[in-house]
Design a protein around this ligand. Structure first.
Ligand code: PLP
Length: 424
């Protein structure tokens, strides 16, 4: 054990980690698609540092944007003041986002991006004199983050059940994953017919429910759900925290179904995985409901110390430019290679199903009673110089969008070897 590992064990408490059974791996550097540990060992970052790295680590263009901004201003509040990186990034996001989204409210994580959409939707209906509209529809197995509002519209029992008594209660619609979507759509329609008067919004992850295990929605579900929301006067909140910024092969997942939501929640890739940043985009109709005289107290009473941190916004701006110019085309070129690799993995003994949406994929293993196969595969794959994380029996692939062809091959070789070793 190194001195750092020992100290970590003494002083730290890690997220989503059973500390009693964990052995730390200390990462000291990043280089392109690779992470490097304290002993100089290189690992392919197969989950993009929890789904947020876009262009690889230590990209000169982003490092320069960060250094240039740090030399000018590291932080100043967005409460009552403003700054150039925050303004320019908002304009760039609006230019790329689905049409109709025209206002950006910053925060610093995916969870807060969702909390803000929930609170803005709720307050919008209060301001528009529809005070009964206080409830939210959400999908089964949904994941929208770990703060209490986001957990209230989540549906992953393993993470959420213990907090039940603390939560805003939401109405669950069966997830359309693995179905043709008709049952879920009929349930949404029935709920809206009966009680749209008390429903503020429907919250969805578009195309794929990531944290639930890369569960794929049938094509057309998002567009039809959007149409129902529109018909019954209920907001659509689309959580693109995981899917945004090219992850599904297009800039936003919404683009694939030509959907313009009332709220778009963005985080993770927004600042390329360099710094914490998030944005909740909304429409002019929503924004205008909050306008009035100061004394009317219509404004949105929400903000964080680091809202719109200038360093994060400067990196975000440089990241968008790089994404459009180079990284999204690279991701689109790697897509068929990834699909072929996953096709071969699908044929391995012990693999139950492979699900892919752009550069997000889940490899589901046949469960074996008494064994945590996902954990075992992710532990073994490190010996093959790749870092992966599992969601139960699902091994996740979520490489940086800048991944090279040779590294797609490494990802496939290492995952195949780890699965074979685990199941031998
Ligand atoms: C769809 C979705 N929403 C929200 C979140 C929460 O984001 P954060 O961890 O930045 O709070 C996640 C995280 O994985 C996510 O996948």
């Amino acid at each position: 054990m190194s001195e750092l590992t020992e100290l970590d064990r003494k002083v730290l408490w890690h997220p989503f980690t059973q500390m009693a059974e964990w052995s730390p791996l200390v990462i000291t550097r990043g280089e392109g698609s690779f992470l490097i540990d304290e002993f100089g060992q290189r690992y392919l970052d197969g989950v993009s540092s929890l789904w947020c790295n876009v262009h690889g680590h230590c990209r000169p263009e982003l490092d320069q944007a960060l250094a240039a901004q740090a030399a000018k201003l590291a932080h100043s509040t967005f409460l009552g003041l403003t700054h150039e990186p925050g303004i320019r990034l908002a304009a760039a996001l609006i230019a790329l986002a689905p049409r109709g989204l025209s206002r950006v409210f910053y925060s610093d994580s995916g969870s807060t991006a969702v909390e803000i959409a929930l609170k803005q939707s709720f307050q919008y209906w209060q301001l528009r004199k529809r005070p009964a509209k206080q409830r939210f529809l959400r999908l089964g197995d949904a994941y929208h983050g770990d703060t209490l509002g986001a957990v209230g519209v989540g549906g992953i029992d393993l993470f959420h059940r213990v907090f039940g008594p603390l939560l805003v209660q939401s109405i669950a619609i069966p997830s359309p994953a693995g179905t043709d979507g008709s049952v879920s759509l009929a349930r949404i329609e029935a709920e809206l017919e009966q009680r749209a008067y008390e429903i503020a919004a429907l919250v969805v992850e578009p195309l794929v429910q990531g944290a639930a295990g890369m569960l794929l929605h049938p094509r057309g579900f998002l567009a039809k759900a959007a149409e129902l929301c529109r018909r019954f006067g209920v907001h659509l909140i689309v959580d693109e925290v995981a899917t945004g910024f090219g992850r599904t092969g297009t800039m936003f997942a919404c683009d694939q179904e030509d959907v313009s939501p009332d709220f778009l929640c963005l985080a993770k890739g927004i600042a390329a995985g360099y710094l914490p940043l998030a944005a909740t985009l909304s429409t002019e109709e929503i924004y205008s409901a909050f306008l009035g005289q100061r004394a009317e107290l219509k404004h949105f009473f929400h903000g964080h110390t680091f809202t719109a941190n200038p360093l994060a916004c400067a990196v975000g701006l440089a990241s968008l430019e790089l994404l459009c110019r180079e990284t999204l085309p690279n991701a689109q070129a790697r897509l068929p290679e990834l699909t072929m690799a996953l096709g071969r993995i699908r044929g391995l003994r012990g693999v139950r199903e492979v699900r892919q949406c752009g550069l997000m994929a889940g490899i589901e293993l046949e469960p074996i009673e008494g064994r945590a196969l996902g954990v075992e595969v992710c532990e073994r794959v490190r010996a093959h110089h790749v870092i992966l994380r599992n969601l139960g029996d699902v091994v996740v692939w979520m490489p940086p969008l800048s991944i090279a062809t040779a590294d797609v091959h490494l990802l496939e070789r290492a995952t195949t070897a780890a699965i074979l070793e685990t199941l031998q």
